[in-house]
Design a protein around this ligand. Structure first.
Ligand SMILES: O=C(O)C(=O)C[C@H](O)[C@H](O)COP(=O)(O)O
Length: 215
């Protein structure tokens, strides 16, 4: 990951994870998030609309730092690069996919939940890792204990999975965390019902919390 991207993600503090069913939702959704101060997103590759949604956002809302999630195959690595992805993440830690991403110049944060996952990710040259699923695997208690032997490497983590406005402070108060992420900011039904005002409000709420915690 480039230093510039690492800084951008750290400045953002929040990555809105999005499941987009209709391409027409992409631009108003990105604008709603931006209005609330959230400029970093992860579009999951779980819907057929995801790649075209990215193209629309890249064209119409270039301020957005655009990542992809659920990147599981070599073909998907190529596909997200083709639509201009700034970074990608995966739920698990697959060394083949990380190597392919790096070979093609794509910043990649693999999912880790065990020390073995961390060691594979580090071996593949990753320093920003996605802690997934964060809440059910024990939250910060689990991450602090698991990552202690590797602290000297300066790893940073993005907790995902079960994060929300209530438990956000437990993560954001730790130096191990560069940003948190989750679907709660723009839940799928909110996107489907084009509830842009609520999405802006959710975005503003987490951004204000991040500013408060970090000031
Ligand atoms: O598929 C990926 O690569 C992901 O990044 C997984 C997402 O981070 C989680 O699905 C978010 O889960 P919730 O915020 O708990 O709804």
């Amino acid at each position: 990951m480039s230093l510039e991207l690492i800084q951008k993600i750290d400045d953002a503090g929040i990555i809105a994870v999005l499941i987009v069913d209709e391409v027409k939702h992409a631009v108003p959704l990105a604008n709603a998030l931006l209005e609330g101060g959230v400029d970093t997103i992860e579009l999951t590759l779980r819907t057929p609309a995801a790649l075209d949604a990215a193209k629309a956002i890249k064209k119409e809302v270039p301020e957005i730092t655009l990542g992809f999630g659920t990147v599981l195959t070599v073909d998907q690595v190529k596909a997200v690069i083709d639509v201009g992805a700034d970074f990608a993440v995966s739920p698990g830690c697959n060394p083949n996919i990380i190597a392919e991403a790096h070979k093609q110049g794509l910043s990649f944060a693999p999912g880790i939940m065990t020390p073995s996952d961390i060691e594979i990710a580090v071996q593949e040259g990753c320093r920003i890792l996605k802690f997934f699923p964060a809440a059910t695997s024990g939250g910060m208690k689990h991450l602090e204990s698991m990552s202690a032997p590797y602290n000297y490497l300066g790893l940073k983590f993005i907790p995902l999975g079960g994060c929300n406005i209530e438990n956000a402070p437990s993560y954001l108060q730790s130096d191990l965390i560069t940003a948190i992420g989750g679907t709660w900011v723009a839940k799928r039904p909110l996107i489907q019902s084009e509830n842009w005002d609520v999405i802006t409000e959710n975005a503003r709420e987490i951004r204000n919390l991040i500013t408060k915690i970090r000031s």
